[in-house]
Design a protein around this ligand. Structure first.
Ligand code: SAM
Length: 260
């Protein structure tokens, strides 16, 4: 019990800083009811499945806070948590980006249970790859990719690998990287450093889609040029299923030119 509390506080400090952690602790001490509510939504299996899962026979629903995502890897203290992207947000952002997809490989940085990888199979990418810190979630993604049947699914190779994004050997060729706010600043910095090293080794065209872009300033420090910054409205069924009660999401698209 005590171990789990210490772990939770360490995680909050890593992700949100001391001030926010203190506010959180005070809030929780002041309200046992709120505490129970937070615990309730943290559970892996509770809550209704998103219509996407019911329609396509997969398991991508649920919210798992970062402190509960035990991967045994160093990066786990900076993981924000698992939560699948709203399909309507993903599709609106991709349609806004509007590339000649056949030239690109899609890479989901922190693919969780693979919802975005499945959504990406609507576009004719060369291939789709996900990396996920939690081996358990990466296995769920690969199971989902096997059972997923959708009339719009294209036949592109797709898979998830378990591991830390900061160590991922990026696939060759032009890339669309996709991030749904997977980690806090220390890991983001490490990831962007790794990305630039990979680009120096193999200069190529790269786009980055960042959903819930809390670390936009940091991303721009790494000379990724912002293409657009938009707030997209969710379709009704996504808003109804949203565990945070949101009905829109902010997305930023960046580009790195091959010779930077
Ligand atoms: C908000 S979820 C997004 C899931 C999925 N990309 C989607 O859009 O549906 C973020 C995921 O990033 C993963 N993650 C966090 N830190 C990571 C790291 N260092 N390397 C790889 N994955 C990481 C978490 O385990 C979590 O599953």
């Amino acid at each position: 019990m005590r171990g789990s509390l210490v772990r939770r506080v360490r995680h909050w400090v890593a992700n949100r800083g001391w001030r926010a952690t203190l506010a959180e602790v005070l809030r929780q001490i002041g309200s046992a009811v709120l505490w129970r509510a937070i615990e309730g939504v943290s559970d892996r299996g509770t809550g209704e499945a998103h219509p996407f899962d019911l329609r396509y026979g997969v398991d991508t629903s649920g919210l798992i806070w970062g402190e509960r995502l035990r991967s045994g890897q160093q990066g786990e203290y900076w993981a924000t948590g698992y939560y699948g992207i709203s399909p309507s947000i993903f599709w609106k952002a991709m349609d806004r980006l509007g590339l000649d997809w056949t030239q690109y490989t899609f890479v989901d940085i922190g693919c969780g249970k693979g919802r975005a990888l499945m959504l990406a199979s609507r576009y004719p990418f060369r291939r789709a790859l996900g990396v996920e810190l939690s081996a358990e979630l990466a296995a769920v993604t690969n199971q989902n990719l096997k059972s997923f049947r959708a009339e719009w699914r294209l036949d592109l190779p797709a898979e998830a690998i378990a591991g830390d994004a900061t160590l991922l050997q990026l696939p060759p060729g032009a890339l669309v990287l996709y991030l749904y706010h997977p980690f806090a600043a220390p890991v983001m910095r490490e990831f962007l450093t790794h990305l630039r090293a990979s680009l120096r080794e193999e200069p190529r065209e790269l786009y980055l889609l960042y959903v819930n872009p809390e670390l936009d300033e940091l991303v721009r420090e790494f000379a990724l040029r912002k293409l657009w910054d938009e707030r997209f409205a969710m379709e009704e069924e996504d808003a109804a299923a949203d565990r945070f009660g949101a009905n829109n999401e902010r997305v930023i698209a960046y580009r790195i030119e091959a010779d930077t």
